[in-house]
Design a protein around this ligand. Sequence first.
Ligand code: PSU
Ligand code: MN
Length: 304
Amino acid sequence: MNTPKVRLSDEVKQALAKGLPVVALESTIISHGMPYPQNYEMALAVEDKVRAHGAVPATIAIINGELRAGLSKPEIESFAKKGLQITKVSRRDIPLVVAAKKDGATTVASTMIIAELAGIPVFATGGIGGVHRGAEQTMDVSADLEELAQTNVAVICAGAKSILDIGLTLEYLETKGVPVLGFQTAELPAFYTRESGFKVDAKVDSAQELADILKAKWNMGLKGGVVIANPVPVEYSLDFKSMEAVIENALKEMNAKGIKGKESTPFLLGKVKELTAGKSLETNIQLVLNNAKLAAEIAVALSR
Ligand code: PSU
Ligand code: MN
C-alpha cells in the first residue's frame, strides 16, 4: 500500500529516526482559537515549553496541500496572521484541502491523523471537541471523538469546555472505548476551570504511569486514543459559576443567529473570550503551556 507521506521538518525527522520524544501540536488553536499576535506568541512559547521538558515539538498543519509536521516560524506566523482565512480542517476536509493544494489548520481529529501517519503518539492541545449541548436535536458531535475511537494518539488537554455537554461527551467516549484519565485529579476539568462535576475514569499521578497505560493499550493492539485531562493551574483557573453564565449567553446568541456545523465551536470560543473581556485568553494560553509540559514528560517516559 502507498503510505501517505507527511513532510517532516529536519528536527522532527532526526528526532523520530533516533527514537527521541516528539510532541505533536495542532494548528486550529492558532488560526481559529486565539487572536493575533497572542496566537503566534502562544505557538512559539508552547514549542519552547516542549523543548524545555526534553521533547521536540511538531506543529501540524496542511500547507499547499502537503501534510506537515514541524513548521518554521514564518509558517507559524502566517497561520497566526491569516487566522480565520485558513480553512479549519477536520477529517472530512483533509482530501479537499490536499487536492486543491491549499492550506489547512488542523483540529484535534486531523492532527491525530497526521501525527499517527508521522509516528508521533503524543499530542498536546487546549481542549477537545465533543458532544454539543442540544446534540439530541442537532447531532453535533465533534469528529474529534470518532478520531479518539480509532487513531492511536494520546491527547493531553485541559478537559472539555462546558460549551459542550460534558456528560454526553464522556458517555460517547465510554462507548467508543476511549480511556479518560485525570492527571493528579479524579474530576474531569472543564478547560477554564479545574472542576466540571464529572469524574474521570481514573486518577493517574505521574507521567510514567500514563506512559505505561499507553504502552499497555497499544501493545495489545487496542486501537484508539486516550484522553489525558490536565487541570489548568489554580492561579489561572476561572470561576465555574461565572463561566457557566457566560457560556449560556454565548449559546443563546449562537442559536438566535442560527450558527451551526463547523462554525459553532469557533463562534462559541470567540464569544466566550468577548464576554470575559479577554480574561479567558490568558487562562487559555497558560493551560496549553501546562499541557505541553505534561505531554513532553509523557513522550520522554514513552521513549525510555
Ligand atoms: N475547543 C477548545 N479550543 C479549540 C477547539 C476546541 O476549547 O481551539 C478546536 C480544536 O481544534 C478542536 C476543534 O479539535 O475546535 C473542534 O471543532 P468541532 O467542534 O467543529 O469538531
Ligand atoms: Mn461540530
